[in-house]
Design a protein around this ligand. Sequence first.
Ligand code: PLP
Length: 355
Amino acid sequence: MGGYGVAIVGHCNPRIVDALKEQSKRLITCHGSLYNDVRADLLEKITKISPKGLDEVYLCNSGAESVECALKLARKYSGRPEVIAMTRSYHGKTLGALSATWNKKYRSEFEPLVPEIKFTSFGDADKVREAVTDKTGAIIVEPVQGEGGIHVAPDGFLEELREICYERDILLIFDEVQTGFGRTGKMWACEHWNVIPDVMCLAKGIGGGLPLGATLAKEEVMSTFKVGDHTSTLGGNPLSCATACATIDYILEENLVERAMKLGAVFRDGLERLKMKYQIVREVRGLGLMLGMELRFDIRNILMRGVEEGAIMLYSGRNVLRFLPPLIISEVQIHKAIDILDSLISEEEDLRTGK
Ligand SMILES: Cc1ncc(COP(=O)(O)O)c(C=O)c1O
């Protein structure tokens, strides 16, 4: 599970540990209203690798916070209150992010949520087009839905959303909190379709394990925020910025983006073989090292047994196993994980068929 996808460069990567140690001797906190050298370094590093035009960066502490910033930007930039989100979406659990999150399980006890956020079918651009009104200010989407079950945007979908947003002067927000920083075999998942959003949300692995989030936006969008409109006391603190700098350097120097693509294919191959072998496996999905395996039954036993056998796996709902390993995972480790999964699925199938 790689710490819910956070440990993209592994746990306690020596480069991250060194950066943390060094920075902790220099300066641990520095409010965003003051200049800070490592923060400036990080902003430069992010904008060097960001999709073209996404040159403005707001730093915060988590994925949900990066989404909050995007939702507020949408309101301020467009002057329109409505946001279109997707079925099966997940954007976090603060009130705004939760309002754009699909799953009733997370929402129902906290209603009323932020009004005027509505959902349309992920993957169906015609439905999105129908849902747009004169009040729509933004469309928010994950290029690959993670928590919702590892669903990759079908070809043409994001391209059409881009068109709709240009036509109707709506902000296109990509939530790349889970897909960003090489996870899918490209630096950003949106590169698989060559679509650039107006706003992009990042977090998880960005800090190398320390809390950090970022909202990227085009200059004309971000500049609608005036001083004090949206701030965070700890957002972009020097410690997290130092580990984030080390993380980005490590990803680039070690070619982890290409590695995710290559090893993702190895992992997927193993999962596909299990699908051929076992009736209870319904589908294998994903991109790069963001993979899912849908079973025909509840995966609880497999998750619990996996921990005992040395493979900590993640769920996406009741019946999808989600794999978000560190991008430094080795082929040997992948084969070991597949072997463990093989024996666990075999056990489960025997259990289900009463053998
Ligand atoms: C796509 C996406 N957006 C937002 C979030 C929320 O991030 P956080 O848990 O850091 O608030 C997550 C977390 O899983 C996520 O996968």
